[in-house]
Design a protein around this ligand. Structure first.
Ligand SMILES: C[S@@+](CC[C@H](N)C(=O)[O-])C[C@H]1O[C@@H](n2cnc3c(N)ncnc32)[C@H](O)[C@@H]1O
Length: 214
């Protein structure tokens, strides 16, 4: 006897009640027309940040702060999140959310600008975790920067890795799907990384910046 996989996915997505901070950011996302991470993705971000006691985290795609709020709630209490977005009004909304969560300004370094202009300025080998959720067209380049930025053992996380559930369907050949399918494959084949593809949200590609030991 087996149950319904879709129901199981929905159950995992609502397993954790969303805390006040990310819930507030989600309301603002709706107002601004931003796509925030799902609760399942947010809870995964928080758990991975907590598992590594992450102190230094970078995010591409602040939006109104949903993923930032989840990440900060798993990071070390004195950790610093660096988050990049090209839209100043989204970041202003995210700042409000984080301030209400009592996150000090120095602990959330919100950088306005195009990610590909900002990323080369961020230190190499310095980050415990890098979360990629920006412009889908630029995601492969973000990943190249992220791998450079991660410390050994640091975690790369890429949102929308199943791209609307089209990545698993080889017949779907549109540009966005093919780009994500190739990225998922190249991360799997990268011998510097220990990868796993999770089903949270629209798919979450997670890769540890360390090869498997055997
Ligand atoms: C999917 S949303 C991020 C959602 C956010 N992570 C959350 O959970 O609320 C993508 C974000 O990437 C930003 N973005 C798009 N192109 C960008 C670029 N070239 N550089 C930096 N940010 C960009 C958008 O303004 C948008 O806020």
């Amino acid at each position: 006897m087996t149950g319904d996989k879709t129901l199981s996915w929905a159950f995992t997505e609502s397993y954790i009640p969303e805390p006040e901070g990310p819930a507030r950011a989600r309301v603002l996302a709706e107002e601004f027309g931003v796509s925030p991470v799902t609760i399942g993705v947010g809870a995964t971000l928080r758990a991975l940040a907590a598992a590594t006691a992450a102190h230094s985290v970078a995010e591409i795609g602040t939006g109104t702060g949903t993923s930032a709020a989840w990440l900060l709630s798993g990071m070390d209490a004195d950790g610093v999140l660096t988050s990049i977005d090209v839209e100043p009004e989204y970041q202003a909304a995210a700042r409000e959310v984080l301030t209400a969560m009592k996150v000090k300004p120095a602990q959330a370094r919100l950088i306005g600008g195009r990610a590909l202009d900002v990323l080369p300025r961020l230190a190499g080998g310095a980050y415990d975790l890098v979360f990629v959720d920006g412009d889908p067209e630029e995601t492969p380049e973000y990943v190249t920067h992220a791998i450079r930025m991660l410390r050994p053992g640091g975690i790369l996380i890429v949102a929308n890795a199943l791209w609307h559930d089209l990545v698993p369907e080889p017949a779907r050949r549109d540009e966005d799907t093919v780009r994500m399918r190739e990225l998922v494959r190249s991360v799997r084949n990268d011998d510097r990384l220990t990868p796993v593809l999770l089903g949270a949200g629209d798919g979450l590609l997670v890769a540890i910046n360390r090869p498997p030991t055997r």
